[in-house]
Ligand binder design. Structure first.
Ligand code: COA
Length: 152
């Protein structure tokens, strides 16, 4: 990662840039729809200051070039806290510089401080580059499938 880029916690003033980044991410993933209002609402809830949620941005000279979020869940399998990692995306012109890895490393440090023993995430089946990225960052595939049901 270049020295000019820093990883920091997001602020409400980053919201427009974060919504744009989520738009890029969700336009790649068949299971999600780009909806700026929903993405803004979700981010606002994430930014409310709860100690079990983290929104990180990669900031290059005041420009938000990447983001990632994490939330703590209690895992009965682990017998303690575990992290759900989501919303990992870097602007196209800033990819390949180590920013994605730096975001995950910061999440890992945060989770470790909270006693988490596992990071878990979902990746689109067809997004092979993201699988390579996560493998390079130490994530291993599982035998789980993701099922979901929408509530009215
Ligand atoms: C996936 C993504 C977040 C990676 O971010 P990035 O900043 O470019 O990744 P980094 O530069 O930190 O790369 C870290 C490692 O992953 C590898 N990697 C990154 N992108 C890769 C790709 N497209 N293909 C193969 N390997 C890749 C790098 O080679 C590097 O490995 P190394 O350190 O051993 O050399 C970025 O490409 C992106 O935003 N993609 C679109 C959104 C997306 O798919 N997000 C994941 C949703 S599940």
């Amino acid at each position: 990662m270049t020295a000019a880029c820093t990883i920091r916690e997001a602020r409400t003033s980053d919201l427009d840039a974060l919504v744009e980044l989520l738009g890029m991410l969700f336009s790649l993933e068949a299971d999600f729809a780009v909806d700026a209002r929903r993405q803004r609402d979700g981010l606002l809830q994430m930014l409310e200051g709860a100690k079990n949620r983290l929104v990180l941005v990669a900031d290059t000279a005041g420009v938000v070039v990447g983001m990632a979020t994490a939330q703590v869940v209690v895992s009965t399998a682990e017998g303690g806290p575990s992290l759900l990692v989501e919303d990992v995306v870097v602007r196209p012109e800033s990819r390949g510089l180590g920013i994605g890895r730096a975001l995950l490393t910061r999440i890992e440090a945060w989770g470790t401080r909270l006693g988490a023993t596992r990071l878990q995430l979902l990746a689109d089946r067809d997004n092979a580059p993201s699988h390579d990225f996560y493998r390079a960052c130490g994530f291993m595939p599982t035998n789980l499938v993701c099922l979901r049901r929408t509530l009215p």
